[in-house]
Design a binder for this molecule. Structure first.
Ligand code: SF4
Ligand code: SF4
Length: 435
């Protein structure tokens, strides 16, 4: 697409933004994979439409304010990137565009409150635990007086489980079983530590089982992905700098078990583009691996030998695998989790219809766009139920929480586990379909 974007005035990310516009040939191949276009049927809520809108605003033909409703409704799922035959790197346009416009846009009091609550609680496990506990206390009140809270806060409460699992501190080092074959550093995550701490423990056990020592660097913090997603790039860099300082360099990989965090950390080069830390950030990003990616690639012959589950499971299981957008589309990790899961005897892996569509979680999307997130999530749950699985697996806590909630709303609850939890249960010969 031709344009008159003043690239020189846009700073270090200008060239990437202009390139995404130039490469879009308006073909529309991305449309059926875009959850907002599929749900709303509006051109301006499609990838192609949003590219035109952002281009026009960058050229000065329309105001940024006019683009906001459509850009805000974008989940940042990157399904359009996977579908695009022209190689449009939509994220290189969306992320800097959001960061530019976020600085000047007016926000309502309710939006400001929600953003502050998200910013001041989610990245801090202790604060989030306190806030979540307080939220659970307020839940009955919310049921009695449904208009008491703004929709965004109601959506946050709905995502919380009935009971929070107890907090458990992770060790500094989790040793490999037998001969040490590799050493990795684990990002312990924020929300996941509070809502599903067993995902980290399952990760430690599975990696150790494969001869991989895991260090959990003290002083690490939020990866900054949530803030990158909402255009708050200064805050995102603040968090990311802490991790650049904290993670060791002498490890085989920086491993994460949350797809949202992994995709954010792999974007540190873009986040720090033009900053003094750019080279360091690119090196860090090049070291980041999703746990499924690392395991499946790590000494493949070893990782996928019968040690996975030397005896068939006591009970055969039909498992639906959900591709988290930030794993499949943003990181291109599609085969690795499937290879790992398919190595478990007695486990039948089934694909979910319309699998390329997001579940509606997408960072803080289900809080900021609760109504649309609910429609998109319901569609995902209905598609899952069509293949009649015994359980569901995904590689991202946001998807796990969203899918669990949506299945419950349809009165068809199923166990929804992290991929690594399924492996862990297989190794321990325990019941995979137990919630
Ligand atoms: S990132 Fe997702 S929601 Fe946004 S335009 Fe692309 S496909 Fe649509
Ligand atoms: S598929 Fe790619 S080139 Fe075609 S309209 Fe979508 S973004 Fe543009």
């Amino acid at each position: 697409m031709q344009h008159t974007i003043p690239v020189d005035q846009l700073g270090p990310t200008g060239a990437g933004m202009a390139r995404a516009v130039e490469q879009c040939v308006h073909c529309g191949f991305c449309l059926p994979t875009c959850p907002t276009y599929v749900t709303l049927g509006e051109e301006m809520d499609s990838p192609r439409g949003r590219i035109v809108l952002m281009k026009s605003a960058l050229e000065g033909a329309i105001t940024a304010e006019g683009t906001q409703p459509f850009v805000d409704r974008c989940l940042g799922c990157m399904a359009c990137v996977t579908a695009c035959p022209s190689g449009v790197r939509y994220g290189e346009l969306l992320m800097p565009y959001r960061a530019r416009t976020e600085k000047t846009r007016p926000r309502t009091l309710s939006e400001k409150l929600t953003r502050t609550l998200v910013r001041e609680t989610l990245p801090y496990p202790r604060r989030f635990r306190l806030a979540a506990s307080a939220g659970k206390l307020a839940a009955p009140l919310q049921r009695l007086l449904p208009r008491l809270l703004p929709p965004s806060l109601s959506a946050m409460l709905a995502l919380l489980p009935d009971r929070l699992p107890p907090a458990t501190a992770l060790p500094l080092v989790y040793p490999a079983e037998g001969k040490r074959r590799a050493r990795v550093a684990l990002l312990s995550g924020c929300v996941q530590q509070v809502l599903a701490p067993d995902i980290n423990w399952a990760t430690l056990r599975v990696l150790a089982h494969h001869g991989i020592e895991v260090v959990i660097p003290q002083g690490q913090g939020c990866c900054g992905s949530l803030m990158m997603h909402t255009g708050e790039d200064e805050i995102a860099r603040h968090f990311a700098r802490r991790n650049l300082r904290t993670f060791p360099h002498d490890v085989d990989a920086i491993v994460t078990n949350a797809a949202g965090c992994g995709s954010g950390m792999k974007e540190y080069g873009l986040l720090f583009k033009g900053c003094t830390e750019e080279v360091e950030a690119r090196a860090f990003a090049g070291h980041v691996r999703d746990v499924s990616e690392f395991l499946a690639d790590f000494d493949g012959a070893y990782a996928l030998t019968p040690t996975i589950a030397s005896e068939p499971l006591a009970k055969p299981i039909r498992l639906a695998y959900h591709d988290a957008c930030h794993l499949a589309h943003a990181q291109g990790v599609v085969d690795a989790p499937r290879r790992l899961l398919q190595s478990i005897p007695n486990l039948t892996l089934v694909d979910i219809p319309e699998g390329e569509l997001c579940c509606g979680s997408a960072g803080t999307y289900n809080v900021e766009q609760p109504s649309l997130a609910d429609s998109i999530g319901r569609r995902k749950a209905q598609n899952i139920l069509r293949v009649e699985p015994d359980a569901v697996a995904a590689g991202n806590i946001g998807c796990i929480v969203q899918i669990r909630m949506q299945l419950a709303r349809l009165h068809k609850p199923l166990p929804v586990l992290h991929t690594i939890e399924v492996l862990d249960r297989a190794y321990r010969h325990s019941e995979i379909a137990a919630a």
